[in-house]
Design a protein. Structure first.
Lengths: 245, 245
DNA sequence: GCAAAAGTGTTGTCCTTACACCCATGC
DNA sequence: GCATGGGTGTAAGGACAACACTTTTGC
């Protein structure tokens, strides 16, 4: 840290009044933006609202808010989720901080992006404010602020993360068929997968519980419904070692 | 965003004065902390200084500084590196933002952690200020602020990252032996690797250039010296697909 | 009975692992 | 000549990729 002339130091040159020290730092407004992914109609969806800024009229925006005084940013992200979706048991992870000086038209604002995954069926949107809506990720073009860049960063993060961690189940109902699971992976990774190899892969992991139930009301042979065995997974997290780039 | 009563809105309810809007946000001091890793004596090292706060007398601290007005945080991190090490061509990546309300004794300060890798031989430390020193990562215990947590987060990030990206070369001299490279991986991953398999792995990648030079002044058969082929790697970045958790 | 998706096994290839001996240099 | 680490090959096992047919249901 630079020496500030008005900061008192003790005999060995150490700063005693840390509150005063911090008072000399520039202060910046901090916001949290949540990229909330859902999965429906075999498409990856993102929850967006209309921007309420005139400069971004008709543009879509992430769900965000400023961080309150003394609020941890994780808590702010949960608060935003709770406020917008009514849910508080949602998967959430910090992804990255965006700080380009002119990213906000109202002056310098730093934002911390969080990625959240939620099951669209599990909650009813209260579409009372700002046209809260699910958008297909693929269809999202221009957005307010640098939110397109933020969404793209979170999407790449999700693509990588879903291959190494069992996140995807947060986007599906509690009970799901292998076909739904495969559709999810195919939609997020943007590839097609061999059905037999996909099923073998999950069978060999032995982390799916056969519920004994079957799909209902499908116009073809119904598939089995599974649950993800979170307990077993927690006990057996794999330590992956393998140089590969 | 919440409606602030003193923010002017236009006929359709959109906010016109965004500068005024941003003025209503709480403001927080932001710092950048750099976890600077080096590799020497077959150990992973971290560059630390003595804290200059009296409350942390005799504790070690990361290299950090507050972000200037309108300074992008990446730039702040490069500025800190340049100021402390004199180098400006250093590998640097944002890792995570830390925002626990009481993480700084002087009041609320949010910090963004950056991880940096540099070749210890390539620069001379100007140990004029605050006892700037390299510390073995393994020996680091208690630190000022939440800096131990930050270092541990960056270390885990590095362990993962080094397996998927050719970062490690930033910690080595331009020309290095396969033994040095293997020592680096073993030190960072905390495991031992089979020498033949390690060499075969890198041979099959075909990303090392044989310089034709050999080690000098070693008390055993000298090894070949290699350079990493950054050009070739840039053109062939692997797209990894494989569900595995 | 037909459309549509569920469910299932085998084979070849590639990657990873385990493992032992000779070679070049400094002292 | 001896100590130290450099340099190399092979065989077995495991994971992944490619591929086709039968089964069950709704209509």
């Amino acid at each position: 840290m630079k020496r500030e002339p008005d900061i008192h130091r003790n005999a060995v040159g150490l700063i005693k009044d840390v509150v005063k020290l911090v008072g000399t730092y520039p202060r910046v407004p901090i916001t949290v933006d949540c990229v909330i992914f859902g999965f429906d109609e075999n498409q990856l969806k993102v929850l967006l609202i209309r921007s309420d800024l005139a400069v971004y009229e008709d543009k879509w925006s992430l769900l965000g808010d400023f961080a309150e005084d003394n609020e941890e940013l994780d808590d702010a992200a949960y608060r935003i989720l709770k406020h917008r979706t009514g849910m508080d048991d949602v998967y959430l992870d910090q992804v990255r901080t965006f700080s380009r000086p002119n990213r906000h038209p109202g002056g310098r604002v730093i934002t911390v992006a969080y990625c959240s995954l939620l099951n669209i069926q599990h909650h009813e949107l209260k579409i009372t404010e700002n046209e809260l809506h699910w958008h297909s990720y693929q269809s999202i073009k221009e957005m307010a602020f640098d939110h397109k860049e933020i969404i793209d960063t979170c999407y790449k993060w999700l693509q990588k993360r879903i291959q190494e961690h069992p996140l995807g189940f947060n986007l599906l109902p509690d009970k799901f068929s292998l076909r739904e699971l495969q559709n999810l992976y195919e939609a997020i990774l943007g590839i097609t997968l061999d059905r037999r190899n996909f099923r073998k892969k999950f069978a060999s992991m032995d982390l799916l519980i056969d519920t004994g139930e079957m799909e209902q009301d499908v116009p073809h042979r119904p598939g089995k419904l599974y649950k993800f065995n979170f307990e077993k997974y927690e006990g057996s997290k794999r330590k992956w070692i393998g140089i590969d780039f």
